[in-house]
Design a protein around this ligand. Sequence first.
Ligand code: BG6
Length: 495
Amino acid sequence: MSFKQNFLWGGATAANQFEGGFDADGKGLSTADVMTAGSFDTARHITWRDPETGETGYTELTFGGKRVAPEGTVPAVLAGEFYPSHVAADFYHHYKEDIALMAEMGFKTFRMSINWSRIFPNGDDEKPNEAGLEFYDHVFDELKKYHIEPLVTLSHYETPLNLAIKYNGWASRKLIGFYTKYAETVFKRYTGKVRYWLTFNEINCMDIMPFIAGGLIDGSVQNRAQGAHNQFVASALAVKLGHEIDSNYQVGQMLAYSQLYAMTADPADQLKTLKQMDDTLFYSDVQTGGHYPASRLAYYQREGVRLADSPEDYELLAKYSADFLSFSCYTSNVVTTHEGEGKDVGGNMSMGLANPYLKNSAWGWATDPYVLRIALNTLYNRYRKPLWIVENGLGAVDQIAEDGKIHDDYRIDYLQQNIASMRDAVTIDGVDLMGYTSWGCIDLVSAGTGEMSKRYGYVYVDQDDAGTGSLRRLPKDSFYWYKQVIATNGDDLSN
Ligand code: BG6
């Protein structure tokens, strides 16, 4: 047994990290456009301005729900600051070259996102921006030329900034209407060009990074709960609309899946691990399973959360759950109740405690040779819906060697272990897997740190952390290795 004949091999990107052209052809600002660059041990900043006094400042981006701009101020682009999303890898002007490289690797699919503020610059505009729609027409036409099937995320870590400022982002139910209008616009426009859609990237990140995942300036527990609820309803409406507009459309969920392991056999550690996994799986229970789990409702009651909802919301959630469940999965993490035990992996977006059985990347992310098999089994047993791994990969520093090439054996090693694990889930455990798109197939900006030097690609992009470089593309050794993996449908992983 092996992968299906039509298995969708490819790579993944997100507009705000890849596209650049942040103000080109009528695009409006998004939440990503006001975030500066950080590093392994320094946080990214969200810059703001007081419209009354002109005072400026910044807030550090950290996990949690603290306000990202003080009362009376608004997130803003400030002169003299560097914002990595503004140029990124400049796919906006390199898409032909980039798609040709993907075709050379034999990609069957390409995961990308549409930048919402390219289509509706303020989010609440009456009419869409035709130039923005045309850009994606060109991209989809180019993909079609090479028979590469797009997988399109409607909202990947960027909300039109105006919606964040005016409505506190997804905390407002108004966003459901703006989003469904946007979804309807692109669903109608790209019929025949796109078949696979994802509604929200890593929807569960609403809990830990509410500004990034939902445009929430005030990410209180109440606002996060409401933000998630509003996205669930919007997602269900997108599934409904998608099916009505084109019966070929498949509209999926996208979950950030991180496997947690208890550090010890202490039942208290086991319980903590189970409850933290529940915090992630709550999001797929609703969006893919169609129902709120009792544990989340009990949590909301304890926290005094009151959802602005209606009985129709719950009918929609049950009736229009996602067609398939896609997820990102890079690593696993360790959990314990034993204060002071275990070694912290460190870093600005800390991944928790180190696993003594695994090796960590320079950013503290462990390479786990079993994680994809565990993830795939967990999700398939729970929902019995087709799965799709839409992000996986190794962020590492790459050096151009004396021979002018990039010998990224460390990346190949990571991918070999992960693809083998995914293959076991399919061939041994019988999981229904639609495809695999590794993250950042062409180098792009890191979401967590804003760095360019945390590279995931098969193709190097000459651009540094300060936004300087020729943007020249250079295939790495992994480019030729992945080409062979795709050509053999995952049978030959050798280097
Ligand atoms: C996922 C996101 O969380 O992980 C991507 O969907 C992100 O947007 C990726 O880039 C890798 O994380 P990072 O912080 O290394 O870019």
